[in-house]
Design a protein around this ligand. Sequence first.
Ligand SMILES: C[S@@+](CC[C@H](N)C(=O)[O-])C[C@H]1O[C@@H](n2cnc3c(N)ncnc32)[C@H](O)[C@@H]1O
Length: 227
Amino acid sequence: MTISGQLEERVNKFDFAAAVAGTPPRTPAQRSNLLPLTALGYQMWREQSLTLLTGRPLPLVREAAYFRALCRPQAGQTWLDIGTSSGFYAGVLARTGAQVLACDISPAMLKVAARRESSPLIQYALLDAERSGLPDASFDGVTIGATLNETARPQQMLAEAQRLLRPGGQLWLMTLARDGSPLQAALGRFGGLSFPDEAQLCAWLPQLEWVGSWRRANVLFGQWIRA
Ligand SMILES: C[S@@+](CC[C@H](N)C(=O)[O-])C[C@H]1O[C@@H](n2cnc3c(N)ncnc32)[C@H](O)[C@@H]1O
C-alpha cells in the first residue's frame, strides 16, 4: 500500500463524474491535456519548457535540485502532486522515499506518468484537485507544477491544497506569474490560462506562511508552510 488506508479508501471511492458535475467548464488548456497526443508529447516539452520560457538553461535536474533543497521531502512523508502530467514531481518525491498521491484529470496523462515514473511509492489517481473529496490535513506536502495556470479556478485549487495540508506541511508552486505581455493576454483569452502574481497567490493562501520565492523571467517558484 502506498498511502494510508483511510486516504486510499477515499481515493478509490472518488466519483469523478459527480465531483465535476456543475463546475465551470474546463479551459481549452485543460481540455488539450485530455488528448493522448498531448500526453505523449508532454514530457518532451517539459524537458525544454523552463529553458525556453526563461531564455536561460533551466533543466529539470536543476528544478528538482532546487525543490529538494528547499522543501527537503523525506521518507515517511506523504505528498500530493497536483496535475502530475508525466509524473515529474511524483518521481522526484518518490526518489527521496516519500509516498506520493499523484493526481490528474487526464486519464491519458496518468497512463504516460505510470509508465514513465513507476514506483511502489507512487499512487496515480484520476482526481480533480479543485474538489478532491480527500480528508482535511492529509498531506505533509503538496506540489503544483504549472497546473495552477491552466484552471479557471486557481483560487479554488489553492484553497483545496491549503485544506489538505497538515500543520507544518509545505506547498511548493512552480507557476507562470503575470508579466503583462500580449502573449499572456492571448493565452488567457483563447486558452483560458490565468497568471496570478505573487501578491495574489499569498492572498489566496491565508492559512499558509510564505517562506520564499524565486523568479526567473516569468517563471515563479514559491514555498509556503501551513502554520
Ligand atoms: C502544465 S501540466 C502540469 C505539469 C506537471 N505538474 C509538471 O510539473 O511537469 C498541467 C496538468 O494538470 C492537469 N490538471 C489541470 N487541471 C487539473 C485539476 N483541476 N485537477 C487535477 N489535475 C489538473 C492537466 O491535465 C495537466 O496534466
